[in-house]
Design a protein around this ligand. Structure first.
Ligand SMILES: C[S@@+](CC[C@H](N)C(=O)[O-])C[C@H]1O[C@@H](n2cnc3c(N)ncnc32)[C@H](O)[C@@H]1O
Length: 243
């Protein structure tokens, strides 16, 4: 992304030129303002506590070229509550379990803000998340098992939000899930479009829950949370009647 000064100069230069030439179509003041806001948004870290709520986390700005759509706060908090419960020794066994967050940086950020002691690893393609130090692992779904050997079968809870709605992407992410999950069984939470329902069942034995994940910027397609266990009275339980 170009530096904001350059963009501003380019924009104001265009406005000046447009003012000098009445024949050239001009952006309305409102459209210009919207464009400026969009460019500024792309260049500053996003502050999710804009409503003054305590516990909001800072995220980098969404990059739509990487299919980045961040959960809204309610969604992130509901997922964190579930994950924290699943890794607790009472559910996970004597030792607290670890969490793998595949391509879901918002979940990772809220988890660490809520309960910094939970061992969690973020697998992400966007190197801006290198800010999380040793908790960040570069991950490209096209190379689903090109991961450090120490991560193999090491996670009690795996959460995944694949970047694309294609069959190919889900198949590859499913390989990563198998790589990370414990052979004796792990809790899997998969967030993806409802259109993936049949494939997700076939590949990962997951069912949709009643809980509806939402994003800060509304998405056009129906989005679901799928799990490989029935959360019963949490997250709306399994919605087995879903079409
Ligand atoms: C649909 S978003 C999920 C983000 C989630 N809703 C959140 O708020 O944390 C998909 C994620 O996949 C990542 N991504 C993009 N290209 C990828 C690739 N080739 N391999 C793995 N992850 C990728 C993006 O950076 C993005 O964080």
């Amino acid at each position: 992304m170009a530096a904001s000064g350059m963009e501003d100069e380019r924009l104001s230069g265009e406005v000046r030129r447009e003012e000098e030439d009445d024949d050239v179509p001009q952006l309305s003041a409102a459209a210009m303002e919207a464009l400026r806001e969009f460019l500024a948004e792309q260049q500053r870290p996003e502050e999710k506590d804009e409503e003054g709520r305590e516990g909001g986390v800072e995220l980098v700005a969404e990059d739509w070229r990487l299919s980045q759509f961040w959960y809204d706060e309610r969604t992130a908090r509901a997922l964190v509550e579930e994950v924290v419960r699943l890794v607790s020794p009472s559910v996970s066994g004597s030792a607290a379990g670890a969490v793998a967050c595949i391509a879901c940086p918002t979940l990772y950020a809220y988890l660490k803000k809520t309960d910094p002691g939970v061992p969690a690893q973020l697998l992400e393609y966007d190197e801006r998340f290198g800010q999380y130090g040793g908790d960040f692992t570069f991950y490209d779904y096209n190379r689903p098992e090109e991961l450090p050997p120490a991560m193999k079968h090491a996670y009690r809870v795996v959460v995944a939000d694949p970047p694309y709605l294609s069959k190919e992407c889900l198949e590859k992410v499913a390989k990563t899930v198998s790589f990370l999950a414990q052979p004796e069984g792990s809790f899997l939470l998969m967030l993806t479009g409802e259109v993936q329902k049949d494939r997700a069942l076939e590949l990962l034995n997951v069912h949709p829950c009643g809980f509806r994940p939402q994003h800060s910027n509304k998405l056009g397609n129906e989005f679901r949370l799928f799990t490989n266990y029935d959360p019963a009275d949490r997250l709306g339980g399994w919605d087995l009647g879903a079409k």
